[in-house]
Design a protein around this ligand. Structure first.
Ligand code: AMP
Length: 469
C-alpha cells in the first residue's frame, strides 16, 4: 500500500498533485485508490476499486476542487480486506471535526483492538485497519488538546508495521510505526508545498526535493505554522525495516533509508552470483523486479547481461490477480522471450523471489521454447517460508513452494538445471550503504520483530477468561 500527502499555504490544484503521486506509487497497490481534498476544513473524497488512471478521470479530479492540502492512497488488498468498502482514505466525522486517514501496512493487534471496541458498542463498516485507527485516535481525541496529542497517545495502543497520514481540518499528521517497517519520507516543492510519500519516487513525480525519511516512531505534524516533530515513540525499539521493500516492493528509483533500491538490488545480484556459481552465456532478469539484481549478477560474475524477456508494460503485477487460472493467463500475456538473446544459450535467470513457483515455471518453459539450452534459476531473495503480518500478502504455507519441497525438488518442478537463493545473511547487507540499523526478515527466517497476531489474541483470551473466574 502507498500513501501520499501534500500541504501548502495557498489553495492549489492539490488533487492533481496527489494523482501524480499515487500514479508513481501504483506499484505498491492496484486494488483501489482514493484522494481526499481539504478545502477550508471541508473534506471532499473520491475513491474506488481500480488503477489510479482508471478511477480518476479529469472530471473526477476537478470535482474534488482546490484546497490547501490533500492525502491519497493506493491499496494492495491483503487477505480479507479487498473491495470498494475498504478503499482509503477513510473519512470520519467526530465531535471535534473531520478526519481523513490513509494507511500503509498492518496492525498486529488489529483484531483484538476491534473486539475491544465492538464490546464497547462500536460498529465497523470495513475490514480495514484504517477504521480501527480512526476509533482509537478519536477516542483519544476526546481527552486531548490536539489531534497530534491524540495520535501520540494512540501510538501506545497501535502495534504492528504501519505508516499513516491523517488529515484534520488544519493539519496533516504523518506517522511511522516504532520499528519503521515501511518507508515514509517527505520533501518540499519550489512553491513551498510540503509533500509526504511512501517512497521518494513519488516526491520526484511532483517535483519535490527530498528532505528526509521519517524516523521510526516519529510523528510529523504539518500545518500553516510549519512542521513539528513528536519523537516520544522514537528509539524505543530496534529498527525493523521490511527487507522485502528493497527486494521487491519499492521502485528501483526510490531511495529508502539513504540507500538506492536499485543499488540494493544490484548488490543482491552480486551476492547471489557467489552462491552455486555456474558457467553460462547470458544473465537474464525477470522484468521488472528481477532486472536490477540480474545486472548486479552479470557485473559480478562477468557473464554478459542480456534482455531475454520482454514485458507488456500495460499489465499489473501478476500476484495481485485473484484465482490461479487468471494468474497463469496473466503470465502468458505479460512476458515474451527475446529469441535472439536466449537461443542456443545457457541462461542464468534471475528473479526477485519465488513464492508459489507458478511464474518462474512458466517463464522457464518460455525460455526453453525459445531455444535456451540450459536454465539456471537464481532468486535474489531467500526462500519464502513464513507469513507476513506487516502488510505484505505472502501466501499461506500450503502455497509456498519452499515450505513444501526441497531445493532439488523445486528445481525439478519448475524445470531448471539448477536453483539457488540469496543467503539469509546476505539479504540484510543489501541496504548497507544506507543508514538503516535493522531489518525485518520474518518471511524468510520466522524472526518476527513484534508479537504475532496469534500471540496477542491468545494473551487477550487468557485475560478475558481470568477476569471471568
Ligand atoms: P510465484 O513464484 O509464481 O508465486 O511468483 C513470484 C513472483 O511474484 C516474483 O517474481 C515476484 O515478482 C512476485 N511477488 C513476490 N511476492 C509478492 C507479493 N507479496 N505480492 C505481489 N507479488 C509478489
Amino acid at each position: 500500500m502507498g500513501v501520499f500527502g501534500i500541504i501548502g499555504n495557498e489553495k492549489t490544484n492539490v488533487a492533481s498533485s496527489v494523482y501524480y503521486g499515487l500514479y508513481a506509487l501504483q506499484h505498491r497497490g492496484q486494488e483501489s485508490c482514493g484522494i481526499s481534498v481539504n478545502d477550508d476544513g471541508v473534506i471532499h473524497t473520491y475513491k474506488d476499486t481500480g488503477l489510479v488512471n482508471d478511477v480518476f478521470t479529469s472530471q473526477k479530479l476537478e470535482s474534488l476542487g482546490q484546497g490547501t492540502m490533500a492525502i491519497g492512497h493506493v491499496r494492495y488488498g491483503t487477505m480479507g480486506t479487498k473491495g470498494r468498502v475498504n478503499a482509503e482514505p477513510l473519512v470520519v466525522n467526530h465531535t471535534k471535526g473531520h478526519l481523513a486517514i490513509a494507511t500503509n501496512g498492518r496492525l498486529v493487534n488489529g483484531s483484538v483492538l476491534k473486539q475491544e471496541l465492538e464490546l464497547k458498542g462500536m460498529i465497523f463498516h470495513t475490514s480495514s485497519d484504517a477504521e480501527i485507527v480512526s476509533y482509537v485516535v478519536i477516542q483519544e481525541r476526546l481527552n486531548s488538546v490536539s489531534i497530534e496529542q491524540a495520535v501520540n497517545k494512540a501510538m501506545d495502543k497501535l502495534k504492528g508495521g504501519f505508516c499513516m497520514l491523517l488529515m484534520s481540518p488544519k493539519k496533516i499528521i504523518a506517522v511511522r510505526d516504532e520499528q519503521g517497517f515501511h518507508p515514509l519520507c517527505y520533501g518540499k516543492r519550489e512553491n513551498g508545498e510540503y509533500v509526504i510519500a511512501s517512497e521518494s519516487c513519488a516526491l520526484d513525480s511532483v517535483g519535490a526535493t527530498f528532505i528526509r525519511d521519517l524516523e521510526p516512531g516519529e510523528i510529523l505534524v504539518f500545518s500553516k505554522e510549519g512542521i513539528t516533530s513528536i519523537r516520544d515513540h522514537c528509539q524505543k525499539k530496534p529498527e525493523a525495516l521490511c527487507v522485502f521493500e528493497y527486494v521487491y516492493t519499492a521502485r528501483p528509483d526510490s531511495i529508502i533509508s539513504g540507500c538506492s533500491v536499485h543499488a540494493a538490488r544490484k548488490k543482491a545480484g552480486a551476492y547471489l552470483s557467489t552462491v552455486k556459481p555456474v558457467e553460462a552465456d547470458v544473465v537474464v532478469g525477470v522484468p521488472d523486479s528481477g532486472l536490477d539484481a540480474a545486472l548486479g549478477y552479470a557485473e559480478a560474475s562477468g557473464i554478459p547481461y542480456g534482455i531475454g524477456l520482454l514485458k507488456n508494460k500495460y499489465i499489473g503485477r501478476t500476484f495481485i490477480a485473484p484465482g490461479q487460472n487468471v494468474r497463469e493467463d496473466k503470465v502468458r500475456i505479460k512476458l515474451n522471450p527475446v529469441k535472439e538473446t536466449v537461443n542456443g544459450k545457457r541462461v542464468v535467470l534471475v528473479d526477485d523471489s519465488i513464492v508459489r513457483g507458478t511464474t518462474c515455471a512458466r517463464i522457464v518453459k518460455l525460455l526453453r521454447n525459445a531455444g535456451a539450452t540450459e536454465v539456471h534459476l537464481r532468486s535474489s531473495a531467500p526462500p519464502f517460508v513464513n507469513p507476513c503480518y506487516y502488510g505484505t500478502d505472502i501466501d499461506s504455507k500450503e502455497n509456498l513452494i519452499a515450505c513444501l519441497h526441497t531445493e532439488d525438488e523445486i528445481a525439478k518442478i519448475v524445470g531448471v538445471d539448477s536453483l539457488a537463493y540469496l543467503n539469509l545473511e546476505d539479504v540484510t547487507k543489501i541496504g548497507a550503504s544506507g543508514h538503516c540499523t535493522g531489518y525485518c526478515t520474518a518471511c524468510f527466517d520466522g524472526n518476527y520483530p513484534t508479537e504475532t497476531p496469534k500471540m496477542i489474541i491468545n494473551k487477550y483470551e487468557n485475560k478475558l477468561s481470568e477476569s471471568e473466574k
